[in-house]
Design a protein around this ligand. Sequence first.
Ligand code: SF4
Ligand code: SF4
Length: 371
Amino acid sequence: MQKKYIASLDTTVSRLGFGAMRMPKSGDEVDTEAVKKMIDTAIAQGLTYFDTAYVYHGQKSEGVLKECLVDRYPRESFTLADKIPLWMAKSEEDVYRIFEEELARLGVTYIDFLLLHAMNAERWDTAKKWHANEYQQELKRQGKVRYVGFSFHDKPESLRKILSEGQWDFCQLQINYFDWDDYAHELYDIATEFGVPIVVMEPVRGGALANLAEDVTKPFRAACPEATDVEWALRFVASLDNVAVILSGMSNQEQMEQNLATFQDIKPLNEAEQQAVKDVMAAIHAKPLVPCTGCRYCMDCPFGVDIPGVFQIYNDYQMFNVFERSQERYRKLVADGHGVDQCRNCKACMKHCPQSIEIPTRLAEIHEILK
Ligand code: SF4
Ligand code: SF4
């Protein structure tokens, strides 16, 4: 496993991080035996960065990491990242309660990387009102936290504001080649200007870049026939100097093994390979996709619409050119009561969407195509 020394923090991390938000499931519960096997494989090959959050897996992710990681490996042999969801706190004191609960759920006395979760301009105002960043600094002084940061879903100007008004050791940004020209490049440059190292989330854009349609990936095949689409996506972000850790929300053993293999000796893209990425991006951008990452912040819809599910089916149709299969999947969603026919246009979902998608409008368009 490639490691990265972060000079500003005087610490070394594994370049690949395990995102504990899409762990394998058995029925409705996380399959802890499968997770243990994935973690054993990861640790054996040098992956030491584990990223969780209070809200992942219906608030069970931290407990799963306690059982599968914390209780089975020496605490100093891995690093833990956890996040405080300010939207779930009712007061400043409630922020303290959530943090203490996180320590208890994980069964640890300290968290290595503590983030304010899914920050945007509005949440930063709440953070300031409740002195959340000062609280992070205090936890650092007490030795309960090693480094403080935030994950971010908003426009570049909000990132600049948060970085300039707070004190930060790192930040977590959504960066992938698909979004590079839209906003990711600007986010990367701002964090770099502030000297803040980056943890990348969604390098494969919620899986969307993992299996692209053959007509768009011809430049990849021409440049390197044996590399998978996932490898291209990971190598793109690994080529960025200020990227410390790259998170992958792995859901099974196979994904873990493939990612570990990629990160054994991951190489930056050379000039010809960078051009191949640009050519693929141009081909993808030419398709009318919905920029949904599957983060599910818009859920649950009060009327049962499976918003990310509908967008996923539509994007798959666009990227994979499989109309009949997509129509079949959409009709099943409708039959199960989760289709767009249930939408009442209440717009409750829209204020939670970090991608600013006009959700009901896009849903209605898709319904017309796939119904
Ligand atoms: S606008 Fe439609 S999809 Fe969004 S929350 Fe309301 S009913 Fe659900
Ligand atoms: S519609 Fe927006 S909030 Fe909902 S899953 Fe997609 S990106 Fe996330």
